[in-house]
Design a protein around this ligand. Structure first.
Ligand SMILES: [Zn+2]
Length: 471
C-alpha cells in the first residue's frame, strides 16, 4: 500500500501530546513526520467534517452542514446520509480501500472496496462491491450497546479493534487505504482523559504501528478536535424570550418512547414513502448509538419538531449552534439582524457567523442562516420543552468533553520530508493526499497542497491523461 490514512475521530494534540510516552508509534510520527493542528469546517461536527476532508470542499459546495437539517415544508428533521455524494478522494485513486469513515452510507461503488461508517443502520448492506461481503463475516459497524451502558467502553474497544484488524487484513491488495476510528469520539465525550480512554489510545497506537509496516506512507487525520467542557447552554429559552421560537404544549412526556412506538406502527409507510433520506425507524436505531445530546435528542427530534414546535415560529435551532430561519413564517421570518442580536446575547457564544461569512458554493441556500461559535468548553444545545438555560457537565451522566475547531493532521513515511506546516485546513488534506499519487485535484476544491512531500520524489506536474486515470 502506497499510502494509508488512519482517521481518528475527534483526536486533539492537547490530549495526545500528554500521552506520547504511552504511544510510541504516534510519538514517532510526531517526531519524524510533519504534523500539526488542522482547522475543521464550521461547525466542527463529524458528518460534514469527514465529507469536507474527503472532497476538499466547504459545506456550501456539498449542501451538508450537520447530521440532519430541518424540512420546513414537511415539518420534520431530515437525516443526512451522504454516502451517495460523489467527489471523495478515494474515487480519484485506483485500488482504494475505505473502512468505517463516517458519512459513507449508503456505500458508493468505487474502484476498490467501500465499507460504510456511521450513521449506518443495522441490517442494511454496508459494503460494496458484492464480492467483499462474504469476506466481512463477523464485521460490524455499530456497537451492540448504546453509550453510557456499563459495557460501552469494552464494546467500543472491541469494535474499534475489529475495524482496524479488518482494514489490516485487506490492505495489502490496495494502493490507497483509509480506516477511521470512530468510537474514540464517544469515549472522549464520556470519559475525557480517564484511563479507559488511554487504554483505547494504546490499542489504536499499536494498530498504527502495524499500519506503518504495511504502508509506505501513513497519514493521521481527525475531523475536529476535542477538549474538556465547562457547561451546557440551552438556546431554546433565549429564542423563546426573544419571540423567535414558540413551542406547543408538551403533549409527549417521553418523546423517545413515542418515536419508538411510532416506528413499530408505521415502518412500511415510512419506508415506501420516504426511502432512506429521512429519519426512518431503522435509522433511529443507528442514531441511538450516539451520545447525548444526539442520542437523546435526534431520535426524538422529528417527533418533537412535529408536535412540540409551532411551525410558524421564525427560527428553528439545532444542536451545536445552528439556527435556521423559517421561510414559511409570517413575513418570511424575522430579520437576520434580530436573530444575530438574540444569539450574540446567549451566554457562551464567542462569535456569531452568518452563512455568507463561512460558506460558498451552489448549496449555501440549505445552510443555517447563523452559526454560533461557542467559547471552547461550552456546548450549545437545543432542548425543546426544557426550561434550563445553563448547566455544568457531570461525569458519568453525559458529555464531559466536546468538540473543538482544530483537530490534527500528520504525514509520515518514505515520501514525506520534515517540513513545517504553519496553517492547515481540513480542505487541504484531499489535494495533499492526491499529490502522493500524482493525481491533480478537481478544479473546484477549496484546499491547497500542503508542502509535506520530500523534494526528491516531487514529480513534474502533468495534466491528467485523456480517457485514463493517472497512476
Ligand atoms: Zn467527529
Amino acid at each position: 500500500m502506497k499510502l494509508a490514512v488512519v482517521g481518528l475521530d475527534s483526536a486533539d494534540w492537547t490530549l495526545l501530546d500528554q500521552w506520547l510516552h504511552h504511544l510510541p508509534h504516534i510519538a514517532a510520527i510526531r517526531r519524524e513526520g510533519v504534523s500539526g493542528p488542522l482547522e475543521s469546517c464550521r461547525p466542527p461536527v463529524t458528518i460534514p467534517a469527514w465529507k469536507c476532508y474527503a472532497t476538499g470542499k466547504n459545506p456550501g459546495k456539498l449542501g451538508l452542514y450537520w447530521f440532519a437539517h430541518p424540512n420546513f415544508e414537511k415539518r420534520q428533521l431530515d437525516l443526512n446520509l451522504p454516502g451517495d455524494m460523489p467527489g471523495s478522494l478515494w474515487e480519484l485513486l485506483p485500488r482504494s480501500l475505505v473502512v468505517n469513515t463516517p458519512g459513507t452510507f449508503p456505500p458508493r461503488t468505487i474502484d476498490g472496496v467501500m465499507v460504510s461508517g456511521f450513521p449506518c443502520p443495522d441490517g442494511e448492506a454496508f459494503a460494496s462491491p458484492p464480492w467483499i461481503v462474504p469476506r466481512l463475516q463477523g464485521y460490524r459497524v455499530n456497537t451492540r450497546v448504546p453509550p453510557r451502558h456499563p459495557d460501552f467502553p469494552r464494546e467500543a474497544m472491541e469494535l474499534m479493534k475489529l475495524q482496524l484488524e479488518t482494514f489490516e487484513r485487506l490492505a495489502p491488495r490496495f494502493r490507497f487505504g483509509q480506516v477511521t476510528v470512530f468510537h474514540i469520539d464517544e469515549l472522549h465525550h464520556l470519559y475525557g482523559s480517564d484511563s479507559i480512554v488511554l487504554d483505547a489510545w494504546r490499542m489504536i497506537d499499536e494498530a498504527i504501528g502495524r499500519i506503518m509496516d504495511l504502508a509506505d506512507n501513513v497519514v493521521l487525520v481527525s475531523d475536529h478536535g476535542s477538549g474538556p467542557m465547562k457547561e451546557f447552554v440551552n438556546v431554546v429559552p433565549f429564542l423563546q424570550g426573544a419571540g423567535l421560537l414558540r413551542l406547543r404544549r408538551d403533549w409527549a412526556k417521553a418523546p423517545l418512547r413515542a418515536l419508538q412506538g411510532l416506528a413499530r406502527v408505521v415502518p412500511r409507510r415510512w419506508r415506501a414513502g420516504l426511502r432512506n433520506r429521512w429519519i426512518l425507524p431503522r435509522v433511529a436505531d443507528a442514531i441511538q448509538m450516539r451520545v447525548e445530546p444526539l442520542h437523546e435528542w435526534l431520535p426524538a427530534a422529528s417527533n418533537q419538531l412535529r408536535h412540540r414546535v409551532d411551525w410558524m415560529s421564525p427560527v428553528m435551532p439545532l444542536n451545536q449552534g445552528l439556527f435556521f430561519r423559517n421561510p414559511a413564517a409570517n413575513g418570511n421570518g424575522r430579520a437576520l439582524e434580530d436573530l444575530r442580536d438574540c444569539v450574540s446575547e446567549i451566554p457562551g457564544v464567542a462569535r456569531v457567523w452568518t452563512r455568507d461569512e463561512i460558506y460558498s458554493g451552489a448549496h449555501t441556500g440549505l445552510a443555517p442562516d447563523v452559526w454560533a461559535e461557542a467559547v471552547p468548553g461550552v456546548e450549545l444545545s437545543a432542548r425543546f420543552g426544557e426550561t434550563w438555560e445553563r448547566r455544568p457537565p457531570e461525569k458519568g451522566a453525559g458529555w464531559i468533553v466536546n468538540h473543538r475547531q482544530h483537530g490534527i493532521f500528520a504525514f509520515y513515511g518514505r515520501d514525506v520530508d520534515g517540513h513545517t506546516v504553519d496553517a492547515a485546513r481540513i480542505y487541504d488534506m484531499c489535494p495533499t493526499i492526491l499529490s502522493f499519487f500524482n493525481v491533480p485535484p478537481p478544479p473546484d476544491i477549496d484546499g491547497h497542497v500542503l508542502p509535506v512531500r520530500a523534494e526528491r520524489s516531487e514529480p513534474p506536474r502533468q495534466p491528467p491523461r485523456q480517457g485514463g486515470r493517472p497512476r
